[in-house]
Structure formats: structure tokens, C-alpha cells
Design a protein. Structure first.
Length: 266
């Protein structure tokens, strides 16, 4: 069975996915921010627990180091942890590194974590990277990446999630020929999770449908060599702003990403 690291595994999709994968016999490495929530879950599922606050990039780096200290290979990385939004919310919160919180947790942290874990994923190849994205998408304004102007929580969330999709396409190209694949997925729309409840939106899709869409990218044999794709549930789609997949936009996003990570000292 596969060794699978899931970030944000203490509630919502991450927890439900962990429960199903544990039942299927996989070796689980579960991440959470709160040890009081994570430890009982990990013990119940027979999983390893990894505690880190992914809003701090140094902690993200430490998380990767702890995984590498205990494992010499990894079969699947599921970048699931994220910060949601409230409709009409305008509350700006900043990360430990001075970045807008959703940009930090939903985008920079998974980029860094994946980069740090690539040696283990290559050692475990064929292996898979599954990035939890969203149908809520908006391009980053490179003149205002921190959204200092016209900030809303929805806009910040949407920008971080489209950046995740764009980066996944770049990552897949980088990993071509390595038997490590990378895909992103909008697993379902407003599943009954804490993110949905906090948003104020009504639940639309079932949690089970989101689990199924995510498990497909983790386990489906027919997707073993598929990489660089974006899925809405189980259907391949183009992102809402297709032009953000063009080389020039992706180059600018890569440059911005590297600048932000370097400025944070990671």
C-alpha cells in the first residue's frame, strides 16, 4: 500500500479522505496545526502525526524535514490544507512572514512543501502530487500581489487557488520523465465542511463526491502517467482564465513565487 501525506487532515475533506484511505490499508502521514485534534485522529487511524502551522514557511520547511527524517520515500502528497473565506469578508490577516494569509497558506506553503519533498517523491516513483484547488479563481495582480488594494477574502482565496493551478502545470513540466505526476482538482462545490460553513454559503455537493474525485487522482491506474491537468470533480477542465497558463504569465508567477520564498529566508 502507498505512503500518503495529507496536509490539513483534522477536519473536512482531509479528515474524511484520511479515514477512507486508512480503511483501504494505506500508510498515512497526517498533518495538522492543533495537536489536541491531530493526535487522537492519527492514533485512531494508525497514522503518523506531523504538527506544523503552515502559515509560517519555516514550519513548513520543518515539516518536510521531519517527514524526510522518518521516511526515505513518499508515494503521494496531497496538498489540502487551506484558509477559506467569508462572503463579503474584508478581514485581512497576515502570516508569520508578513504575507497575506491565503497567499501564504494556500499557495506558498504547498509550493515550498512540495519542493522540499521532491527527493522523497522521486525515490517513491511512480508517485503522485495532488493539489486541492478550487473553481473560485482570479489571476494575481503582479503589481499588487498582497492585495493591498480592493482586498476581499474571496478575492484573496481565488487568487491563491488559481496560482495553485498555474504552478501545478509548471511543476508537471519540470517533472516530465520522472514518473512523478502533479495534478490539481476542484473536488466538489461547497461540501459540508468548516470552510463551507464559515463562508456562509449553503452546501451544494456531498463530501463523498469530493472524496471520490480526490481518491481518483491518488489511486486510479488510468491516471498513473497523467500530469499537469486540472479537474473539476472527475472531469478535466481548463482554468477559468486560460491565458494564465501562457508562458509569460507563468514565468512572472514563478519569479514572484521565488522572490517571496527567498525573502522569507526559505
Amino acid at each position: 500500500m502507498a505512503s500518503i501525506l495529507i496536509t490539513g487532515a483534522t477536519n473536512g475533506l482531509g479528515l474524511a479522505l484520511a479515514e477512507e484511505l486508512a480503511e483501504a490499508g494505506h500508510q498515512l502521514l497526517l498533518h495538522g496545526r492543533d495537536p489536541q485534534r491531530l493526535v487522537p485522529i492519527a492514533q485512531r487511524l494508525g497514522a503518523e502525526e506531523y504538527i506544523a502551522d503552515l502559515s509560517a514557511l519555516a514550519e513548513t520547511q520543518r515539516l518536510a524535514a521531519e517527514v524526510a527524517a522518518r521516511h526515505d520515500r513518499l508515494d503521494v502528497l496531497v496538498n489540502n490544507a487551506g484558509v477559506g473565506f467569508t462572503w463579503n469578508g474584508i478581514t485581512r490577516s497576515m502570516s508569520a512572514d508578513g504575507y497575506e494569509q491565503r497567499l501564504a497558506v494556500n499557495y506558498l506553503s504547498p509550493v515550498l512543501l512540495t519542493r522540499e519533498l521532491l527527493p522523497l517523491l522521486r525515490a517513491g516513483s511512480p508517485s503522485r502530487i495532488v493539489n486541492i484547488a478550487s473553481a473560485a479563481q482570479e489571476p494575481i495582480d503582479f503589481d499588487d500581489p498582497q492585495l493591498l488594494k480592493e482586498f476581499t477574502e474571496v478575492r484573496a482565496y481565488s487568487r491563491s487557488k488559481l496560482a495553485m493551478i498555474n504552478w501545478t502545470a509548471d511543476l508537471a513540466e519540470e517533472l516530465a520523465g520522472t514518473s512523478v505526476t502533479a495534478n490539481s482538482v476542484h473536488p466538489a462545490t461547497f461540501m459540508p465542511t468548516s470552510i463551507q460553513r464559515n463562508s456562509g454559503a449553503e452546501a451544494q455537493d456531498t463530501l463523498e463526491s469530493g472524496i471520490a474525485a480526490t481518491r481518483r487522482l491518488i489511486e486510479a491506474p488510468e491516471l498513473a502517467e497523467v500530469s499537469g491537468r486540472y479537474y473539476v470533480k472527475e472531469e478535466e477542465k481548463q482554468p477559468s482564465h486560460e491565458w494564465t497558463l501562457a508562458p509569460e504569465y507563468r514565468r512572472r508567477l514563478t519569479d514572484l513565487t521565488q522572490h517571496l520564498l527567498t525573502s522569507a529566508g526559505v
